[in-house]
Design a protein around this ligand. Structure first.
Ligand code: 2HG
Ligand code: ZN
Length: 476
């Protein structure tokens, strides 16, 4: 069990990073001890802001020797409290924000090496300057950092085409709990030399070591894009349309996002400048994007033809194709503002879950029935990455209901929702991770052998349990 640091150790840690690279006053550490959703309010005696991998290595070897807990901290956009220290006040926060260099871009190799503290938006921009695409795309990309994206195996809105963060990483540099540095920044697509060690650190949420840099996959920049907002009556129709699109356009289908009418209404109501472009409201909306690096692909014609065929077959009711970049951006703003609109509307209960794509209609039907029965003060706002089988099965507090009784419904509803998801062969965390929020449920529901393997790996790589204690795995 990690211990509380004594004054001599705190002095040694400050000396490891040098002047102006640490914070300790209550005011200065405040942004590092509460999570984005304000679910957790921890405490820390010290926030360290190292500038390079050697400083991170020095910090970890001191913390390991003294058995002090370390909480790696990126853009603080975790939905699960993964980057927040506990309330006991003994854990050191390790901010990665000063490790933010782009070390190398190799356009011909379609790869780049960036440090963990680069934001996702900075990484995308650096790739763009080299006429390449780094395709991970998510609402918090201006703040979220690459280290956090890797540590949570982030997803977002282009997973259908490019995969999750795990699929986008070629190599990693990692500082292990004892301060050793694993130098694995190779950019190879083919490397069959034993275990895939780097993959262990992806999705580990900083519990096995600290990712300090990554070699990432790049792609050609899209030169042709077609975007549409489509109105449908039933979730089953979304699956029919997805199949048509995949047959017509293969992996050019980049995004396939589903929103209920209520999500659109809340966003139009609460977010200035957002409008519903469809002529008539429909129960469900789809935001679809096709993209290709080939400027001659004529994706607009392809998308129009596919939508016309779907309309003739009765699976779509209305559609608006973006005829300018501005219109496409407005459609994306509508989709990406749904979480903020929900926040402005009132309290919400969130469930980031996934099921096989074919089970999405059943999830929506059975999940909505659960909400009506177990949280009658709430409205279902289940939206998200339908093409990946990932819905944010969220529930928004109804206006004029009591917030306390609504929030009190959370635990029972969550259990029922997770049972449902499991019965459909799904996952209780699709893309937001486990953190502290879901650690207990994960321990209860994981395959016992798989969980035992995870604990064995944790003991092997972090025998003193200093790395992000209490996240992902519960203490045994
Ligand atoms: C999204 O897809 C994000 O918009 C946030 O993953 C989801 O706020 C949420 O529940
Ligand atoms: Zn999402």
């Amino acid at each position: 069990m990690p211990r509380l640091p004594d004054p001599a150790t705190l002095r040694e840690l400050k000396a490891a990073v040098g002047k102006e690279s640490w914070l300790e006053s209550a005011q200065a550490v405040a942004p590092f001890v509460s999570d984005f959703r304000r679910l957790y309010h921890g405490a820390t005696p010290l926030v360290l802001l190292p500038r390079d991998v050697d400083e991170v290595a020095r910090i970890l070897s001191i913390c390991n020797r003294e058995e002090i807990g370390v909480v790696p901290h990126g853009g603080n956009t975790s939905y699960c409290g993964a980057a927040t220290p506990d309330e006991a006040g003994g854990q050191i926060v390790l901010s990665m924000r000063r490790l933010n260099r782009v070390r190398r871009i190799d356009a011909a190799d379609y790869s780049m090496v960036v440090e963990a503290g680069c934001t996702l938006a900075e990484t995308q921009a650096a790739a763009r300057e080299a006429d390449r695409l780094f395709p991970l795309s998510l609402g918090s990309e201006g703040t979220a950092q690459i280290g956090g994206n890797l540590s949570t195996n982030a997803g977002g809105t282009a997973v259908l085409r490019y995969g999750m963060m795990r699929d986008l990483v070629l190599g990693l540099e990692v500082v292990l709990a004892d301060g050793r540095v694993l130098k694995g920044l190779k950019s190879l697509r083919k490397d069959n030399t034993g275990y895939d060690v780097k993959s262990l650190f992806v999705g580990a949420e900083g519990t096995l070591g600290v990712i300090t840099a990554a070699c990432l996959k790049l792609f050609p920049q899209p030169a042709d894009t077609a975007t549409a907002l489509v109105g449908i009556d039933l979730p089953q129709h979304a699956l029919d349309l997805l199949a048509r699109l995949r047959t017509a356009a293969g992996d050019q289908v980049t995004s396939f996002e589903l929103m209920p009418q209520l999500a659109v209404e809340l966003t139009v109501k609460h977010i200035p400048g957002v409008a519903d472009p469809l002529y008539q409201g429909t129960p469900w909306y789809l935001l679809i994007e096709l993209s290709s690096p080939n400027p001659q692909q004529n994706l607009l014609t392809l998308l129009t033809g596919t939508l016309e065929a779907a309309a003739a077959a009765g699976t779509i009711r209305d559609a608006m194709l973006a005829s300018s970049i501005g219109q496409a951006q407005a459609m994306w703003k509508l989709r990406e503002s749904v979480p903020e609109a929900q926040r402005r509307h009132g309290a919400s209960l969130k469930h980031d879950v996934s099921v096989p794509v074919s089970a999405i209609p059943r999830l929506i039907e059975a999940g909505s029935a659960l909400v009506h029965r177990l949280a009658p003060e709430g409205d279902v706002v289940s939206y998200g990455h339908a093409g990946d089988g990932n819905l944010h099965f969220n529930v928004s507090q109804k206006p004029d209901t009591d917030i306390k009784s609504f929030i009190a419904r959370g635990p029972v509803l969550e259990l029922a929702m997770f049972d449902l998801v499991e019965s459909l062969g799904g996952s209780i965390s699709a893309e937001h991770g486990i953190g502290r929020l879901k650690a207990a449920e994960f321990a209860r529901r994981a395959d016992p052998v798989e969980l035992a393997v995870m604990h064995e790996l944790k003991r092997a790589l972090d025998p003193k349990g200093i790395m992000n204690p209490g996240k992902v795995l519960c203490a045994r």
